[in-house]
Design a protein around this ligand. Structure first.
Ligand code: GTP
Length: 353
């Protein structure tokens, strides 16, 4: 599982925690992914870490509490997606012709993991890619296929995509293919390994699975993913509570007349004061929402404080930031960790603090 990226699109949240460790629906993204892997019969996972590597082992330990055996391999310098896969080769226990499942660590998906492995094995492919169909594929790796389901090209973020099928970030590799990725230098599996294999005539199979799929890499997607887990649109056995309108974690305090809806998560120790409305939002642990404040489609970082009557709609508030009363934050605004917005500093603005 690849969990070493910098997560630049999710800044400033990723300034204090790596993206795969940010809590969606109460637990790290990685916890949901590991649960899916375990539920599909996988019993050992190697985490390829780089950025803020130490926090993964501190949280997951040897994996026993998650029903898995976990190993950690940290790159001294980020090796990119392909380099990270190559870097864990000596930790893999599969034989040369056996399958290894690779997961990008920032995807929420209903992919049938057993089925993609079965298809990989029966087709004899060197690599099998999970593809999914999206309305606008321009921001993704586009993967055209032939009528028999073999990949014909790999086009990373192209302005004029020939198909709506994209690389969904889960691969099954024949073990020997991993050993052939160049060692000791950064490699992108999307830009180098896959195009290189195709150019060499190696057969890459497509596995189309159009069940739930979401790349959690942007703030809007992050909020949506958390909501969808809480409301049960995508199932996860790692969800720390029953499916419903909201997930209120132990130690959170919500005033009787506050309204919590839309699949919001209220983190441990968070406070939602009287008359506040929290709709489709994610409050990290220890966040405080003042009386009468409105928080919608937003992420409120750890220990951040929103004053009475503040409006936060479609924004990201970094850890420990303080938004004083009289602010109205909208349209993708991001407040950096620890920043203080004085009373009335922002109204209807998309400025950055
Ligand atoms: P952005 O900077 O916002 O694009 O996010 P990112 O750094 O996570 O990059 P991207 O979403 O393209 O990465 C896909 C997956 O590969 C994520 O799960 C990353 O954690 C992981 N990843 C990306 N680069 C590296 C790397 O150099 N080493 C390791 N171990 N994992 C990586």
């Amino acid at each position: 599982m690849l969990v070493g990226g910098q997560g630049t699109r999710l800044r400033p949240l990723t300034m204090s925690a790596p993206k795969p460790m940010l809590p969606v629906a109460g637990v790290p993204v990685t916890a949901h992914m590991l649960a899916r892997a375990r539920d599909a019969g996988i019993d050992r996972v190697v985490l390829a870490t780089s950025y803020k590597a130490e926090v993964f082992e501190a949280y997951f330990g040897d994996g026993a509490a998650h029903g898995l055996e976990l190993a950690y391999v940290t790159e001294a310098e980020p090796m990119g997606t392909g380099g990270a896969i190559r870097n864990v080769a000596s930790y893999l226990r599969s034989g040369p012709d056996e399958p290894v499942v690779i997961f990008n660590g920032d995807i929420l998906s209903g992919l049938d993991i057993r089925a993609i492995v079965a298809r990989h094995t029966s087709s004899g492919a060197a690599v099998t890619l999970h593809l999914t169909e999206v309305a606008d594929p321009r921001a993704f790796g586009v993967v055209p296929t032939d009528p028999d389901g073999w990949v014909t090209a790999f086009l990373e973020k192209t302005p004029d995509p020939p198909t709506n099928l994209i690389n969904a970030g889960c691969y099954v590799f024949r073990r020997s293919v991993i050993d052939q990725i160049p060692a000791g230098r950064p490699v992108s599996v999307e830009r180098e390994t896959f195009p290189g294999l195709l150019a060499a005539g190696v057969r890459i199979a497509a596995y189309l699975d159009n069940s739930y799929w979401l790349d959690l890499g942007t703030p809007a997607a992050f909020v949506k993913g958390s909501r969808d887990l809480v409301t049960g649109l995508i199932a996860s056995s790692a969800l720390p509570g029953p499916v419903g309108e909201a997930l209120v974690l132990p130690g959170a305090s919500v005033a009787a007349d506050a309204k919590i809806s839309g699949g919001s998560t209220i983190g441990a120790g968070a406070i939602v004061a009287a008359g506040a409305e929290v709709d489709g939002a994610v409050l990290f642990d220890g966040a405080t929402i003042g009386a009468g404040a409105i928080v919608r489609d937003s992420v409120i970082g750890r220990d951040a404080v929103l004053g009475d009557g503040v409006v936060a709609d479609g924004v990201v508030i970094g850890d420990g930031a303080r938004i004083e009363p009289g602010n109205e934050l909208r349209s993708g605004l991001r407040v950096f960790p620890g920043a203080v917005l004085a009373a009335g500093a922002v109204r209807f603005s998309s400025d950055r603090s």
